[in-house]
Ligand binder design. Structure first.
Ligand code: AP5
Ligand code: MG
Ligand code: ZN
Length: 213
């Protein structure tokens, strides 16, 4: 099963993708997580990506596509995957479609987690992330058991550099200009499914499971 998560920054793509990956036994592939891991490890790719991420801009398509195609070519992606944060532009969606077509494959579901802009800024300011294992929390809605510590792996939780209010506003603008058109794109492909992302996390997940079966 090949799944794409669509939705604005902070809509809950990552939160749901992790749960989907666990339930269906497929890898969770997040381009944002890959870039952040590279920044943490001071790689050249990380340095390049950081320039764009800190301003809320998209990392150039060429670089992002290469990273993503390398990742999904790995063995663990043979039975499918859930893509979180990719594609984010029509160019990226076209490349993915081309590559899959070559293999006689396609995206089965594009799940659009729908959350209006008003809710987004509040969610982002309360987000805390684990850079070690990728788990995400919210200080009000989804708090860790012990403040500032990851439930999964015990590492300290941090606030993402791009979760500052000004950067979030930029990310939303970029989302509306470049990524939102993908909703129509996957509608035409017959893969689009909308879920209401303003519901509590477990309800959103139940709605997604009802779609995936
Ligand atoms: P990326 O890491 O993908 O960030 P994003 O799309 O901005 O999305 P977020 O991770 O911020 O939000 P999310 O939807 O995953 O929400 P989450 O589950 O955490 O990308 C970062 C940057 O990398 C980009 O800006 C760009 O520069 C670059 N990049 C990445 N991919 C790229 C690409 N393909 N092309 C070019 N550049 C790329 O939830 C948010 C918060 O809400 C959390 O605190 C969570 O606990 C809480 N929450 C979740 N669900 C609920 C709920 N139902 N109710 C209440 N709270 C909830
Ligand atoms: Mg995310
Ligand atoms: Zn962790």
């Amino acid at each position: 099963m090949k799944i794409i998560m669509l939705g604005a920054p902070g809509a809950g793509k990552g939160t749901q993708a992790i749960k989907i990956a666990e339930k269906y036994g497929i890898p969770h592939v997040s381009t944002g997580d890959i870039f952040r891991a590279n920044i943490k490890n001071n790689t050249p790719l990380g340095a390049e990506a950081k320039k764009y991420m800190d301003e809320g801009k998209l990392v150039p398509d060429e670089l992002t596509v290469r990273i993503l195609l390398d990742r999904v070519a790995k063995d663990d992606c043979k039975n499918g995957y859930v893509l979180d944060g990719f594609p984010r532009t029509i160019v990226q969606a076209d490349v993915l479609k081309e590559e899959l077509t070559k293999l006689g494959e396609k995206i089965d579901y594009a799940i659009n987690v729908d959350v209006p802009d008003e809710n987004i800024v509040r969610r982002m300011s309360g987000r805390r992330s684990c850079l070690n294992c990728g788990a995400t929390y919210h200080i009000e809605h989804i708090p860790p058991k012990k403040e500032g510590i990851c439930d999964q792996c015990g590492s300290p939780l941090t606030q993402r550099d791009d979760d500052k209010e000004e950067t979030v506003k930029n990310r939303l603008k970029v989302y509306h200009e470049q990524t939102q058109p993908l909703i129509d794109y996957y509608e035409k492909e017959g893969a689009l499914k909308n879920v209401d992302g303003t519901k509590p996390m477990e309800e959103v997940f139940a709605d997604i499971i009802a779609i995936l079966g």
